[in-house]
Ligand binder design. Structure first.
Ligand code: HAX
Length: 431
């Protein structure tokens, strides 16, 4: 049924794209200054996105719905109050709010497709257990490429207008298997490779928590919230853009996501969640434990800045306010762990860092981003291995970037190929 709904949408969206191109193909969206060319293309409007948009002052919206609204209206697990990630997948893919039955359909579909081939486990087993979990995740996803229907049907000569179909099948298969791969990596890296089978009664996020071995209903709720919050942040961020770029060469979903995950593993992007916890633990260790005073924290913050490093979890390339994904996690913490020591440090940082960054005078956005908060919630429920945190992010981010891949094929977006300019020619151009 989901696929039937998608077929209807694709027809409609294709017509809109054709009309836009017919009527406005020479109209200008953006111009590129030298500062933008050197400065990472900040603000250049050069990518279409079907699923979501980041407003500098308001933050992310998914098909124009913001986070607080979706937390209320997306279906929840029985006895739960956090949005089910299956629901945000449905919304991103179709542009329509899902009913309980729609969400149930996604949950059941992913259950049917979640078996991971043995050779993937064998490949993971051949990796050192102390290899970074993101490297393991990227490898596990890439290993699954052998299963790609998209690549298989391309070889068989499928029409480019039908490519969205095997892309959809690959995306569904990959999303179904991801929590199993990610939990396997967690258990082999940190829990003596004692693996836990999936529970047929649980939803996608609940099952991920279960397979990681955290048997706590609150943690399952946190997992659902986490997987919802990190799913998509329009197309220009490194993980989404990389996935899109690689997919634009008609590489399949496995190649594309594996590449996107490698981008997420950078400390200026998804790895910042690990770095935040590492920073906080480093401070606590230097002070011999406990909650640092504001004066002590300020000193550590200035030491970090003065040594030429960034304060992880603060700043953003687009946002100019506190990230609503931070606020949603803070709300969870205030409800479930208000007295937690690390949450207190995270809150103190919220009070201190913006002023310090403003005084420092470089960051355009002194406010916290999504990564400033996530680690403290994990530690509270016993997931203390912070090198693993970006894997959680990756499982969630896959929802959005893979949905975007289906839409890229449905809209027939071209292979990406911006033009570059010799440095010397730039100098001559502006001489
Ligand atoms: N601490 C110290 N300096 C910072 C800073 C921070 N948190 N944020 C920005 N700056 C500095 C930049 O390094 C840059 O310095 P230079 O002029 O010396 O190069 C200057 O301020 C201007 O940067 P900007 O325009 O404000 O920020 P960018 O768009 O270039 O970069 C980043 C955005 C998110 C990469 C940046 O704010 C940063 O490095 N933050 C810390 C790392 C982090 O939390 N990353 C996660 C971001 C959210 C995300 O993608 N999650 O996955």
């Amino acid at each position: 049924m989901l696929k039937e709904k998608l077929i209807g949408k694709i027809g409609e969206v294709r017509e809109r794209v054709i009309r836009l191109m017919k009527e406005h193909s020479n109209d200008k969206m953006s111009e590129v200054s030298l500062a933008q060319l050197i400065g990472g293309m900040r603000g250049v409007k050069a990518l279409p996105c079907f699923t979501s948009n980041v407003d500098p002052e308001k933050g992310i919206t998914f098909h124009r719905y913001d986070i607080p609204t979706l937390c209320e209206i997306l279906p929840h697990a029985a006895n739960g109050e956090q949005p089910l990630p299956e629901g945000i997948f449905y919304l991103l893919l179709t542009g329509e709010l899902p009913t309980e039955a729609d969400v149930h359909e996604v949950t059941e579909e992913w259950k049917k497709r979640r078996t991971i081939p043995d050779y993937v486990y064998k490949i993971l087993d051949s990796l050192p257990t102390d290899m970074h979990p993101m490297t393991q995740l990227s490898t596990g996803i890439l290993a699954l490429q052998k299963e790609s229907l998209f690549s298989q049907q391309y070889r068989e000569g499928i029409s480019k207008y039908d490519l969205w179909d095997p892309m959809y099948e690959d995306v569904m298969n990959l999303l179904a298997k991801l929590p199993g791969i990610a939990a396997y990596i967690y258990r082999r890296s940190y829990k003596g490779n004692k693996q836990i089978s999936a529970d047929p009664n649980l939803d996608w996020g609940g099952n991920y928590a279960h397979m990681m071995g955290v048997e706590n209903d609150e943690y399952k709720e946190l997992m659902r919230l986490y997987l919802f919050l990190h799913c998509d942040h329009e197309t220009g961020n490194v993980s989404a853009h990389t996935t899109h770029l690689v997919g634009s060469a008609l590489s399949d979903a496995f190649y594309s996501l594996s590449a996107g995950i490698n981008g997420l593993a950078g400390p200026l992007h998804g790895l910042a969640n690990q770095e935040v916890l590492r920073w906080i633990m480093g401070v606590k260790e230097k002070l011999g434990g406990g909650v640092p005073t504001k004066e002590q924290l300020s000193k550590f913050l200035w030491d970090t800045l003065n040594s030429g490093q960034v304060i992880p979890g603060y700043g953003h390339a687009v946002l100019r306010v506190t990230d609503p994904r931070y606020t949603a996690q803070r709300k969870f913490a205030l409800k479930y762990l208000p007295d937690d020591e690390i949450f207190k440090v995270v809150s103190m940082l919220f009070d201190l860092v913006p002023d310090i960054l403003m005084e420092h005078g470089k960051a355009k956005n002194p406010w916290p981003n999504v990564d400033a908060h996530s680690g403290c919630l994990q530690v509270y429920y016993g997931v203390v291995e912070y090198d693993y945190y970006t894997v959680l992010f990756g499982v969630s981010r896959a929802i959005g970037v893979l949905t975007q891949l289906i839409w890229s094929r449905a809209m027939g977006l071209a292979i990406e190929r911006p033009k570059s300019v010799y440095l010397k020619d730039l100098e001559d151009m502006f001489a």
